[in-house]
Design a protein around this ligand. Structure first.
Ligand code: PA5
Length: 449
């Protein structure tokens, strides 16, 4: 089986190879530290050897649970969670789904929709309106079990489910994914007797897609969770600290990012040429943004969908401030074949493309854009993905997770905490007069006078 690949040839003209290789020793040391679970955040490094250690019993239990729900022939499965508790499954499901699955429907698997990832009243109203006429079930996912957004959405949806099916049947249609022993969700799940999966203590939200957090929804959508885990396992082996830097993709990517950052490239743009990867980039942005952006340091992760965004962001990338570099997800083989037709009148002047595959046009757009951006001073890292399937997505997920841990360690931050996220919560609770936040509420009122 092929692996995903990494190509720096369009970086070297702007940043010499020697500068990247200057981070060889630190990337190897960081990789070893992660595997030995030492250094900052060492109680959150369980994901490092998770793919290889995924218990067979857990996979079998997930499959059994999925089948139990699927035999009910439900039409919609709602995944309630935010941040790391939803982005991973959304990323994989979107990458593997027919672009129009929501409209076409499927007889094999329910449509997966998400809730609790925002606090929009309209979103929740419209979702409930949809569910009213559908046969549905849900999962509520929260490691802490106390996050406001999913808790709020679950409170509403739980009531709807109980009203629609009765309390007993509703209990069979709710699956909780949470901490083994802590948090309000754990307590509720225990009291109500929900089927529950555990998020391991030493795996943080944004590194949890290969646990039931991601696997349950991905499997429910009809995708092969074993192939996903297998891809991750193979990448775990390929990026083991015993594998030298010259062959170790995670070390090389982490080294390149840090070298580029040190040379003034403060913004990384994850580029795709397939809209199915839009949410993969959202997952990646959370992973890197929350892991590295602290202590006034860190590359700002952003993303674009090309060629759509060449008509919006292309100008800036070509000629704006030269603080950018691009990392392109280049999918080698597409699933379908479509040829450009001949047109007798040729009013659009496209007959020169007749007989070519649409994907060939897309590939030339990619190559042309890369060369133009490199000429404009934007270094370009290319990640080749043989095909968009479960196996290669598993490889990609583990590769990015490990490279993120290594990269954060080189930057000398704790890549596994997110202290900054608390600030908005504190203000929101103060503004909403949450019990226990009286002092903050008073200070807030003074501030807003
Ligand atoms: O990466 C993280 O830890 C966070 O983004 C969390 O995933 C997010 O805040 C949701 O937290 P929880 O699963 O505890 O509800």
């Amino acid at each position: 089986m092929k692996n995903i690949g990494l190509n720096f040839s369009n970086v070297y003209g702007i940043l010499p190879k020697a500068k990247i290789d200057g981070f060889k020793a630190s990337s190897e040391a960081a990789n070893s530290a992660l595997h030995q679970k030492t250094g900052k955040g060492n109680d959150y490094m369980g994901w490092v050897d998770l793919p290889g250690a995924t218990p067979e019993a857990e996979l079998a239990d997930l499959e059994k649970t999925i089948r139990k729900i699927q035999v009910k022939h439900i039409e919609v499965f709602v995944v309630i969670g935010i941040g790391g508790s939803y982005l991973g499954s959304k990323a994989v499901i979107d990458a593997l789904s027919d672009s129009f699955a929501a409209i076409k429907g499927s007889f094999e698997a329910p449509l997966i929709v998400f809730a609790g990832q925002n606090i929009s009243e309209d979103y929740l109203f419209e979702l409930r309106d949809l569910l009213d006429s559908k046969d549905w079930a849900c999962t509520v996912i929260s490691k802490s079990g106390t996050t406001t957004e999913p808790a709020l959405a679950f409170r509403l949806l739980k009531q709807d489910l109980e009203e629609k099916y009765g309390v007993e049947e509703a209990r069979k249609r709710i699956i909780a994914v949470t901490d083994e022993s802590r948090g309000a969700l754990k307590k509720l799940a225990k009291e109500e007797g929900y089927k529950t999966f555990v998020i391991p203590d030493d795996v943080g939200g944004r590194y949890s897609v290969l646990t039931p957090v991601g696997l349950l929804a991905i499997g429910m959508a009809g995708f092969d969770i074993r192939a996903l885990v297998q891809g991750a396992k193979d990448m775990e082996i390929a990026c083991d600290p015993k594998v030298p830097y010259e062959q170790n993709l995670a070390c090389q990517y982490a080294a390149a990012r840090n070298a580029l950052y040190q040379s003034g490239k403060k913004i990384e743009i994850l580029v795709n040429y397939n809209p199915k990867l839009h949410f993969f980039a959202e997952w990646w942005k959370q992973l890197y943004g929350e892991s590295e952006g602290k202590e006034n340091k860190g590359i700002y992760p952003s993303s674009v969908d090309f060629s759509s965004d060449l008509h919006s962001m292309g100008q800036y990338i070509q000629e704006g401030e030269r603080t950018l570099f691009e990392t392109v997800l280049s999918v080698e083989e597409v699933d379908n074949e479509l040829l450009v037709p001949e047109d007798e009148a040729d009013l659009d002047g496209l007959n020169f493309l007749a007989g070519k595959r649409v994907d060939e046009v897309n590939k030339m757009a990619e190559l042309g854009t890369t060369l133009a951006h490199v000429d404009g001073g934007v270094p370009n890292i290319r990640i080749t993905v043989p095909k968009l399937n479960e196996y290669y997505l598993g490889q990609l997920i583990y590769f990015f997770e490990l490279a993120c841990g290594i990269s954060g360690k080189i930057l000398d931050v704790n890549p596994f905490d997110q202290p900054g996220v608390e600030s908005y919560k504190k203000n929101m609770f103060a503004l909403l007069n949450k019990p226990g936040f009286e002092k903050e509420s008073q200070a807030m009122q003074e501030r807003l006078k």
